[in-house]
Write a protein that binds this ligand. Structure first.
Ligand SMILES: [Zn+2]
Length: 375
């Protein structure tokens, strides 16, 4: 019998069939419900088919469940059966699926309906509850797990050491639009993982077909592509449709060459030090910069830095300047310093927001998505 779950085995199997020497890619297997104790990361950028991968595992489970009773022993883990799948998504991600039935597992080219085997939860505490309630479930798919609190990694790790043989599957973004590890939750899940399936997608740039890993965030304003700034809020839930909106970003997959990320240097060279000054009690320099950004952007440091780097140079890169066309740049700077760098107190946040006449709805929506208290 040929086992084909590793590259080497696939190679030997095909060789035994008389294949000549050629480049052999690893087999695309059906999901193996006989193997337990796995924590599987399915990682890849937007559009790489992570959700479709989950849907395929679900379809495999429907086939596996039809098999004879004799097989049960192979897929059981205590009272749970790994062929019983439960799909969990984050409540904040729910608006991505507004157009689909409540129980739909939606991907780009269709959807599966999961009936009672799907739930939207808020945090790791709710996950704990469902894990205890659904004792027949042997395979848990936790979609976009990076949206949850860090605690979730330990809830899962403890649950799987208590209940032998249970599997967890995490279709998730491991790298954010800044090309950093998504967040601490992603880092902790990487630490407990046993398997990883990396998926790629074509670079979405019209002049490119390279295999790509990076998630690119941009805004479309009047049909013009405006790359997101480095200090754009870490989590902004986007839709699957492309929007022409200055406040809601679009996402796509891009190769290194077409992934534009303006403002990283400004963030560390200027913005963060202004936050540090505010932290030590001197808020005015930050306030000045925010006022300029809000009311007269050409006088701001960010504009001067961008003009120097992307316009007045031997190799100009004007698309980067489009990043300054989006709304709420001062608000984004405040959110970054407050919620990611912890350099502003809630009191300072409120005062600065008031002084620059900030868009409070925008700030509060972002703080909610990054699990912070509202202003
Ligand atoms: Zn490209």
């Amino acid at each position: 019998m040929a086992v084909v779950d590793s590259d080497e085995q696939t190679k030997n199997f095909l060789k035994s069939l008389g294949f000549p020497y050629l480049k052999i890619h690893h087999a695309i297997n059906h999901y193996d419900f006989t193997k337990g104790d796995r924590k599987i990361l399915i990682i890849g950028p937007m559009g790489s088919g992570k959700t479709e991968f989950s849907a395929r595992i679900y379809r495999d489970s429907l086939i596996a469940l039809k098999k004879s009773e004799k097989l049960r022993g192979l897929t059981m883990a205590g009272e749970a059966d790994r062929r019983n799948i439960f799909y969990i998504r984050s409540k904040i991600d729910k608006k991505r699926f507004e157009d689909y039935p409540e129980d739909a597992l939606a991907y780009r080219s269709g959807y599966e309906r999961l009936g009672n085997c799907v739930a939207s939860i808020e945090d790791s505490f709710e996950l704990e509850k469902i894990l205890d309630e659904e004792c027949k479930v042997g395979t848990w798919i936790l979609d976009e797990a990076e949206f949850f609190d860090e605690r979730i990694a330990y809830v899962i790790d403890n649950f799987s050491s208590k209940k032998n043989g249970i599997n967890f599957i995490f279709p998730m973004l491991i790298i954010n639009f800044r090309k950093d590890i998504f967040n601490r939750t992603a880092r902790l899940l990487m630490e407990i993982a046993t398997d990883v399936f990396p998926l790629t997608a074509y670079c979405e740039h019209p002049e490119c077909i390279a295999d790509s890993y990076y998630t690119y965030r941009y805004y479309t304003i009047g049909g013009v592509e405006c790359p997101a700034l480095y200090f754009d809020p870490l989590i902004i839930v986007g839709g699957d449709k492309t929007l022409d909106d200055s406040k809601t970003p679009n996402y796509s997959t891009r190769c290194d060459h077409h992934h534009f990320l303006p403002g990283k240097e400004y963030t560390f060279l200027t913005l963060r030090p202004l936050g540090e000054l505010a932290y030590s009690g001197n808020v005015d320099p930050l306030l000045n910069e925010l006022m300029y950004i809000k009311n007269d952007i050409k006088k701001s440091e960010i504009y001067k830095k961008f003009a120097q780097k992307f316009l007045n140079t031997d190799s100009p890169n004007p698309i980067m300047m489009n990043a300054l066309k989006v709304k709420c740049i001062a608000e984004k700077a405040l959110i970054y310093l407050f919620s990611e760098e912890n350099l502003l107190s809630i009191q300072q946040m409120r005062e600065l927001a008031e002084k620059i006449d900030a868009d409070l709805d925008y700030i509060n929506d972002r703080l909610l998505e990054s699990r912070r208290i509202k202003l």
